[in-house]
Design a protein around this ligand. Sequence first.
Ligand code: ARG
Length: 443
Amino acid sequence: MDIIRRARLKEMDRTALEFMQSIEADRWIFKADLAVDRAHTRMLLENGIISEKDASLILEGLDQIEEAGIDALNLEEYEDIHACVESRLIELIGEDAGGRMHTARSRNDEVATCIRIALREELEKLIDKLNDLRRTILLRAEEHLETIMPGFTHLQFAQPTTLAHHLLAHFDALSRDLERLGGVYSRTNRSPLGAAAFASTSFPIDRRRTMELLGFEGLVENSMDAVSARDFLIEAISVSAIIMMHLSRLSEELILWSSQGFDMIELDDTVTSTSSIMPQKKNPDLAELIRAKTGTVNGALTAALTIMKAMPMSYNRDLQELTPHLIKAVTITAASVSGMERMIRSMKVKRDSMRSKLELGDLMATDLADALVREKGLPFRTAHKIVGKAVSEGYAIEELDEATLRDVLDPMLSVNKRKVTGGPAPEEVKRMIEQRKRELSLI
Ligand code: ARG
C-alpha cells in the first residue's frame, strides 16, 4: 500500500491513478529527485533533525536506488516518482530510518526543486548547441564577405547585399536569444526547497544549506511563491518559442533558396530526403520539420500559459500538467538548433547563380537614384520619381546609364559604398565578424 495514502484513503482506482500519473516528467526528474533527497538528508543531519545513523542508512539506500536505475522501480504503481522513491527507500532500509527522510518537506517544494535542477541542465545543453550554431554561422559568413546576392524586402529583389551580411543578421538574432537564455537560467537557478507544502516548517532547517548543496545561486524566498511559481518554466518555453521562430525564418530561407526558382544554395545530401516516386528530388525535409515544430513549441507555450492562468495560490495539481510541455519545448528546440547547425555547416553556396540574380529585378534602382542626387544635385524624392517612372515604363536600369553613372551599376561597388555601421560593405561586415569572433573566443 502506498505510504502516503495508507493513513486515510483506500487504494486508488486504477483508471484514476493512470490519469494522475506523471511518468514522463518523473523520468526526466529522477536524478534530480535523488539529488534533492540527498541534500535534504544531509541538511537534516547537520541541523540535528535526524541522527547520523539514520542519515547514513538513507544515503546508502538512495545510492542503491540510483544504481539499480529508474527501470528497477515500479513507477506505474505510484502517483509519482517522489512517492515511489520514498516507498522503495522504506522497503530497503525500514521505516524507522527511511520514514524520516520526508521530515520538514513536501512533494510540493520537492517537485519544484527537481524541475529547476532538470531544467538547468537542459538550458546548459541548449546554450552549448546555440553557441555551436552561432560559431558555424560566423565561420560561414566569413567565407562570403564578397559573395554578392540580392537582398529582399517583401520577398522581392530589393538591393544587392552579401551573404555574409545576411548570415550575420541571423547570428545577431540568435545572440539575443542567448542573452534571453541567460536571464531564464538565472531565474531558474534558485532554490524553492524548504518551503514544504507552502507554509514552510517548524523544524529548524537551513534553506541556504540545501541551496548550496544543490548548486543554486539563490532562494525563491517566500515559501508560498516557492511552491507555486512556474514563471521560470513558462519563460523557458517562451524563449524556446522565440528561438524556434528564428530557426523557422532561417529554415524558410533555406527551403526557398534551395528550390529551383531561387537556385542560390544546395543543401547537403546528409540532411535532405528524396522522393519515393520522383527520383530527381532532393527535399529540404529537415528545414521543413524545424518550421513545423515551431508550431508545436508555440502550442506548448499556449498550453502552459493557459494552464497557469487563474491558478489560485499555492500548489495545485494542475502544475503537474505543465512539465511535459516544458520538456517538449526545450528538447525540440535543442534538436532543432543542432539540425540547423548541420544544414548551415554543410550547405553549398552557388555563388555564380546568386550573383546572376542581380541581373533581374532592377536591384540597382536605389543606387541610380542616389547617384542622381550626388552627381546631378537633385532632391532624392525627384530622383526616386525619375527612376521609378523609367522602371515602370519598362526601361531596364542599364538603358538610363550615362558615362558618369556607369560605376553606379556595379553591384559590388554599390555594396562597398554602404559601409556605415552595420552595413553590408565587406570591410564593415569583416569588422562585425571579428568583434563577434572575439566574443565567442574564436580569436
Ligand atoms: N507529480 C507532482 C507534480 O508534478 C508532484 C507533487 C505532488 N504534490 C501533491 N501535493 N500531490 O506536481
